[in-house]
Design a protein. Structure first.
Length: 561
């Protein structure tokens, strides 16, 4: 019996898009252009955009109603306020109400004269200085956010505090010490070989830094020598609490692109796509600029550094969806579809972007590759722990006394990161819980932080490494409100492709909002979501909620450890 995979089912929209020249991201881009000009809902304008590509109305209405950037009304002044976890923790969630009050608008609406619109988003990557907002493309951040948006105070856009804790940074050498990029690729492409890159990365034990932790060399191996392979850079860092990829894309985009070039070389890929989330406009501009310069300097193009290596790289802007950071959903969004997760198998390395074998690597993963190839895989493997090698960027949220991005050895004690690097909490506040690894990670009580920062050790404590964002909570955030916040995130960001998560996340929000104590209803919901959801998003929400209950213990009304 032959298993029925996605590509074996007939998909009328995909077949039609194929015949119409695969508009893909051009469709989403065209929708975004029209959206900027109107405060009307997508039903009024998306069908005409679809018609321009020779597609039925539904082919454009699907993505236009799915992506937050396209669905919400836009005024001439569009304000995006972050309501993700670190900004929530900064003022116990009060900032959104303050901003709504100051602008005289509920989130998700536009003023009657079409002048101002307000959108709540998750997340803008200013977790170290929140709460934060983008006023058009200008950043406002900090405790006086509402006053900044009301233009009673000048906007504050603090840079990311950055530090190295390793003594020999793999990732921050460019950002901190000005180590020049492009020291490896010209030599490798002219006198090296794809096997050499692959061998060094295999020896390094490098794992994907986007959350799943899959061995990078195994992914590359799966496509090596298969023609038509595409490499996709996942710059859709949606995990609230993490801004590591934003830092790398803004401060050292060339190192990410050099890692990408080496990845394409090892995989035999002639084409790459870099997706950068729309919530990171500065990173998007920096990546576009760096790609243009890389072409001008001969690192990319039809004959890289005079060789027969061909490498074409394009940069695409995301449209606002947390789940689109999952690799199959990312591919769907690049095809111009709703950014929903797809069943696996087939895996992207077998059938990915428009059915081509596709490797998806995140920004931080690729930024480590030049160091590995230059210094050798074994040198990288000596870093970190035996089973989980190398270094990792950890991001500390605004509640810490010294928030910022730190490069640490994998396996560094979480307690040390919180107390020594982060300096505990600011203003003498009491630490009540730390969320580790984003919404699909978990919460740890202050007494449970003596754990090495590895995937395995964190999993044993009911948390996850994820992107290694650490969001601290103090006594100002009521445990019941934190619980509600988690379910609100789940309900808002569930892609809706499978019922256990689509219905379950809304039911969880209802139960949390009603203050329903633990019991059979919660248990049934948790079991269905954890066992039957299609992707990690739905499966990981129940354990994250359980970890929250453990971290807060008796302080979460009716919930025991
Ligand atoms: Fe989408 Fe949630 Fe199902 Fe994942 S688990 S496919 S996010 S509905």
């Amino acid at each position: 019996m032959v298993p029925v995979g996605r590509a074996d089912r007939f998909d009328a929209f995909r077949a039609l898009a194929d015949r119409r020249g695969r508009p893909g991201d051009r469709l989403v881009e065209a929708l975004d252009e029209v959206r900027k000009e109107t405060a009307n809902s997508p039903e009024a304008w998306a069908p005409a955009v679809a018609g321009g590509f020779g597609l039925p109305a539904a082919a454009a209405l699907g993505p236009a109603r799915y992506y937050a950037d396209l669905d919400v009304p836009h005024g001439r002044r569009h304000v995006r306020v972050c309501e993700a976890t670190a900004c929530f923790a900064a003022q116990a969630g009060r900032h959104l109400t303050d901003v709504e009050h100051q602008l005289g608008l509920p989130a998700g609406t536009v003023s009657p004269d079409g002048e101002t619109s307000l959108q709540a988003v998750r997340c803008l990557g200013y977790c170290y200085a929140g709460p934060a907002a983008l006023d058009r493309e200008s950043v406002c951040a900090g405790p006086t956010l509402a006053d900044q948006l009301a233009r009673r105070e000048p906007p504050r856009a603090p840079e990311i505090p950055v530090a190295d804790d390793t003594g020999d940074p793999v990732l921050l050498g460019g950002a901190l010490a000005g180590e020049p990029p492009w020291q490896v690729w010209p030599r490798m492409v002219t006198v090296g070989s794809p096997d050499e890159v692959q061998l060094q990365v295999a020896a390094s034990g490098l794992r994907g830094r986007g959350g799943a932790g899959f061995r990078v060399a195994a992914k590359w191996e799966a496509v090596a020598g298969v023609s038509g392979t595409v490499v996709v850079v996942n710059g859709d860092e949606g995990d609230p609490g993490s801004y590591a990829d934003r830092l790398l894309m803004e401060a050292d985009p060339e190192r990410v692109l050099e890692g990408l070039a080496l990845a394409c070389f090892a995989c035999g890929a002639r084409r790459a796509v870099v997706l950068v989330r729309s919530e990171y406009p500065r990173a998007l501009a920096r990546m576009r600029e760096a790609v243009g310069q890389a072409y001008a300097d001969g690192h990319f193009g039809p004959s890289v550094h005079g060789t027969d290596t061909v490498l074409d790289v394009e940069v695409v802007e995301g449209a606002g969806s947390y789940v689109a950071g999952e690799e199959t959903a990312l591919i769907a969004s690049l095809e111009g579809d709703r950014g929903c997760a797809r069943p696996r198998p087939p895996y992207p390395t077998e059938r990915g972007l428009w059915d081509a074998p596709t490797v998806v690597n995140n920004v931080e993963t690729l930024a480590a590759v030049p160091w590995i190839v230059s210094r050798g895989g074994e040198a990288y493997a000596r870093r970190g722990t035996l089973n989980e090698t190398g270094t990792k960027l950890v991001c500390l949220s605004e509640r810490f006394a010294r928030p910022g991005a730190y490069e640490v050895e994998v396996g560094t004690s979480l307690l040390r990161i919180v107390t020594e690097l982060g300096g505990g909490l600011k203003d003498g506040c009491e630490l009540t819980a730390v969320q580790v690894g984003g919404p699909l990670g978990g919460f740890l009580a202050p007494g449970a932080l003596d754990v090495p920062l590895t995937t395995a050790d964190l999993a044993a404590r009911g948390a996850a490494l994820g992107h290694a964002g650490l969001v601290a909570f103090d006594q100002s955030a009521a445990p019941q409100e934190v619980l509600r916040h988690i379910w609100q995130f789940a309900a808002a960001e569930s892609c809706g492709a499978c019922s256990p998560c689509r219905v379950g996340s809304r039911r969880g929000l209802d139960l949390a909002s009603a203050g329903t104590p633990p019991g059979p209803e919660w248990e049934r919901l948790a079991r269905v979501m954890a066992e039957a959801s299609l992707c990690a998003f739905g499966r990981r929400i129940p354990p994250a909620v359980r970890s929250l209950a453990r971290a807060y213990g008796g302080r979460l009304a009716g919930w025991g450890p």
